[in-house]
Design a protein around this ligand. Structure first.
Ligand SMILES: [Zn+2]
Length: 338
């Protein structure tokens, strides 16, 4: 069956028979299953990688469906965690790929457990806090990762090879990458596909070990304005870089960088990570709250009293919707949970 399934990929000379075998044995981690993660995941699963691990902390909402291709209206109605909905859909696309789904915030413990066993990490995140964590863990375990980002009609990507290219920390010293977010500027679906196309093509080159074909440049484009550029960044690599330099300290893997509360990109939402250490009994919480305000599935519990909406996950996290103000979010949380 596989002969037929991957025939067009085998005919593609840079992959060929041996490349397909390598793909079939590879293990890729995608962090973040929003638009970019979903798009890359579908392509990699269709291409027949051996195993895909996905991590995502969020659940499916109607506003995701415009660009997050793995999810359906039913997933949004059921408020399924993205990792769970993605695994279901990917299993229907190619049952021969093992998909491990984790509904979790991407933290250092998760990454240090998974990354030693993967061949590659793909960036599907929307924030630099997580990317810098990925960057450090990639350097520590010498696993390549592929940066990708998009906002509006603008996108960019870069392939980071430990020991060879500059890392994200190096690049941040040289290239302005902050500014607009999908929160302020929105995002259109085609730019997601363009970034994911770059990320997945680069992934395939890494996985089939055709490293001389890698792009080696930082690519940016704007699909609305027809701007395309690629620039050399090899000079950005710093010997003193604390992530990829001569004596790395991996600062983003240290305790001091762990933040308990973050404002989520793209939404008026604050996420709180409680200090009690990573588990919440959702059924117990359900008993405590007025029944008419609670919606529950086995992955999460939504509380909505007409004014406030918050979502509790089994791993202890809470999303407080309707505000970007962290102290306001915390006081709402305490009003509901005590
Ligand atoms: Zn560096």
């Amino acid at each position: 069956m596989n002969d037929e399934r991957y025939s067009r990929q085998r005919l593609f000379a840079p992959i060929g028979e041996s490349g397909q075998e390598r793909l079939n044995k590879s293990h890729v981690l995608i962090v973040g299953m929003g638009a970019l993660g979903a798009c890359s995941a579908e392509q990699l699963v269709r291409a027949g990688i051996g195993k895909l691990t996905i991590i995502d902390r969020d659940y499916v909402e109607m506003s995701n469906l415009q660009r997050q291709q793995l999810y359906s209206e039913k997933d949004a109605r059921e408020q399924l965690p993205k990792a769970v909905a993605a695994k279901k859909r990917l299993g229907k696309i190619n049952a021969s790929v093992e998909v491990e789904a984790r509904v979790a915030d991407c933290q250092k413990e998760q990454l240090e457990e998974i990354v030693p066993y993967v061949d590659l990490i793909l960036d599907g995140t929307d924030n630099f806090e997580t990317r810098l964590l990925i960057n450090d863990v990639s350097q520590k375990f010498k696993v390549p990762w592929i940066y990708g980002a998009c906002v509006g009609s603008y996108g960019m990507s870069y392939t980071i090879l430990p020991g060879k290219t500059p890392c994200l920390s190096c690049l941040l010293e040289q290239i302005p990458m902050g500014g607009a977010t999908c929160d302020t500027a929105g995002v259109i679906s085609p730019v997601v596909h363009m970034v994911a196309a770059h990320q997945v093509a680069e992934s395939m080159k890494v996985l089939v070990d055709d490293r001389q074909s890698l792009h080696h440049k930082f690519v940016t484009f704007d699909l609305w304005k027809h701007h395309y550029s690629a620039f050399k960044v090899s000079h950005a690599k710093r010997k003193a870089c604390s992530s990829c330099g001569e004596s790395p300290a991996y600062p983003f893997l240290s305790e001091s960088h762990r933040s308990k509360t973050v404002v989520l990109c793209g939404r008026e939402t604050v996420q709180i990570r409680p200090s009690f250490g990573g588990k919440r009994d959702l059924l117990e919480l359900k008993e405590k709250l007025p029944e008419e305000h609670v919606k529950y599935n086995s992955f999460l519990l939504t509380y909505h009293d007409g004014k406030h909406r918050m979502v509790f996950f089994a791993d202890g996290r809470v999303l407080i919707h309707g505000t970007k103000d962290i102290s306001k979010a915390k006081s709402l949380y305490h009003q509901v949970v005590g």
